[in-house]
Design a protein. Structure first.
Lengths: 272, 201
């Protein structure tokens, strides 16, 4: 096999090892590659920044362990911003794994003094997909009479005045698939005209962009990069920002493989 | 280096390494952890759903007398009738209900929010490069899928432009998929290098 043929048929294990090294080395020794802030991330930041202390924001945690490395850091960063602003956080999920992530986020803020039921609440998982999102959007207290911890939501101060999704100052859907942003837009945002933003797993970004362009979704965090940008905007660099060097180097490694393979293919064709 | 002393962190790290080992070769350790993952995910889902039924259906019926909830419970139980040949037809009632409600909700939502709203969003002034690309991109892609007229002359060129726009879109989608997969890998590496081995600051 000629050298050019070998370049076109690199063993996949070699590619895995090189990509692994490209990701691991900058994680251990950060390179400090600059990170620009996307206007869509700024839109989400500005939406949260415009909220007043005491407002209630709904975080819809619609992701599972498969998408959580991409989406959960977004939810963590936005929750930190909400906490700093004194905004109350209600969490709900239309994915069964969602409440688990809600508890992870709330644990930190309860330790810092926020009162469950007054400042924060985890409304838990509502089964039924698109139908459940519709039902929740139109009748919040009727859909979640009991929260994830088994407590009645009726007497909770945070739920006072909440009848439908319009009563939340902002709804942010953190999503890695369906049901998610499509369902929120067509079942709740469209009919009720709520203020809706999203944090999407990177794979879902292209399908969410039309909603941003049309103004149905007011801001969009795009995968881990969106989380990193948000962490930088709120001045609390976390795990997402720490991973951006590695992500850049990982992309460079993949681009290099694509270029090498194609150049070898063209040269090989010319030689033959 | 500050290795974690939490046995669950060790277990989680071994699980991730076992799953990653598939990249090199299929092996029994990978298979064991794959089955463990599928089993635990299914168990978690069943647990959460049973909890959901108890909290949102059984308890309201028994404690608050909301007997109307018996109707969806019956419809749900009827879904399992398909496992018994003699009464399998009963499951069609539940399916008919689900399909009817699902279609009704989706059709309204899709037409209103994903069809009309998107058409409105494309009716924009041609006062910037972005707007021009978007409007002509949409029109040319629609022409590409217009089969009532032979594609020649101006229509052919426009449809060809539409094909290029679609190719760029597919490229963007693929780029996002690569970026997403790298992010997932990064999440696992941060758990292994940071949470387990304590190598990250």
């Amino acid at each position: 096999m000629s050298f050019l043929s070998k370049l076109q048929n690199i063993d996949r294990r070699v590619i895995y090892v090189i990509v692994l090294l490209a990701l691991a080395i900058p994680l251990i020794n950060p390179l400090g590659i600059p990170l620009s802030i996307s206007p869509l991330t700024e839109d989400v930041y500005n939406l949260v920044e415009s909220l007043q202390p005491g407002d209630v924001v709904l975080m819809s945690l619609d992701y599972s362990p498969g998408g959580s490395p991409d989406v959960h850091p977004q939810a963590v960063a936005v929750a930190e911003h909400l906490y700093k602003k004194g905004v109350k956080m209600a969490m709900v999920s239309f994915w069964d794994a969602g409440p688990m992530y809600g508890e992870q986020i709330l644990k930190k803020y309860e330790e810092q003094g926020l009162v469950y039921g007054t400042d924060v609440v985890n409304l838990g998982f509502v089964s039924g997909g698109e139908t459940a999102i519709r039902q929740f959007g139109f009748d919040v207290p009727g859909t979640v009479k009991v929260d994830f911890r088994g407590k009645n939501t009726a007497g909770m101060p945070i739920m006072e005045g909440i009848k439908d999704a319009r009563d939340f100052a902002l709804v942010i859907d953190f999503v890695s698939g369906n049901p998610g942003i499509n369902e929120w837009v067509r079942q709740v945002q469209g009919p009720l005209g709520i203020k809706l933003a999203a944090g999407a797993v990177t794979v879902n970004v292209p399908q969410t962009m039309p909603f941003v362009q049309s103004g149905q979704v007011l801001g969009l965090l795009q995968g881990l990069r969106g989380a990193a940008e948000y962490e930088i905007l709120i001045g609390v660099p976390g795990t997402a920002a720490a991973g951006m060097d590695a992500q850049s180097l990982g992309h460079m490694a993949i681009i290099a493989f694509i270029l090498v393979g194609n150049i070898a293919f063209l040269l090989d064709k010319k030689v033959k | 280096m500050n290795i974690s002393s939490n046995p669950w962190v060790w277990f989680s790290a071994f699980g991730m390494i076992a799953i990653f080992s598939f990249a090199f070769k299929e092996n029994p350790i990978y298979r064991a952890f794959e089955h463990l993952y599928v089993g635990s995910a299914a168990g978690y889902a069943i647990g959460v759903n049973i909890d959901n039924i108890v909290k949102r259906a059984i308890r309201p019926i028994l404690q608050e007398g909301e007997f109307v909830l018996i109707i969806p419970i019956i419809l749900g139980v009827l879904l399992y009738a398909r496992f018994f040949k003699s009464i399998a037809w009963l499951s069609r009632w539940s399916m008919a209900f689900l399909v009817g409600i699902g279609s009704g909700l989706s059709i309204y939502g899709v037409v209103n929010s994903q069809f009309l709203a998107q058409i409105r969003a494309t009716m924009i002034p041609l006062n910037s490069v972005n707007n021009v690309v978007m409007v002509f991109g949409v029109l040319s892609i629609l022409l590409y899928f217009f089969f009532s007229m032979e594609q020649k002359g101006a229509i052919k060129h426009s449809a060809s432009f539409g094909r290029w726009i679609m190719m760029v879109t597919f490229g963007v989608s693929f780029g996002n998929v690569v970026m997403g997969r790298i992010s997932l890998m990064l999440g696992a590496l941060q758990d292994i290098l940071g949470g387990w081995l304590g190598l990250l600051g």
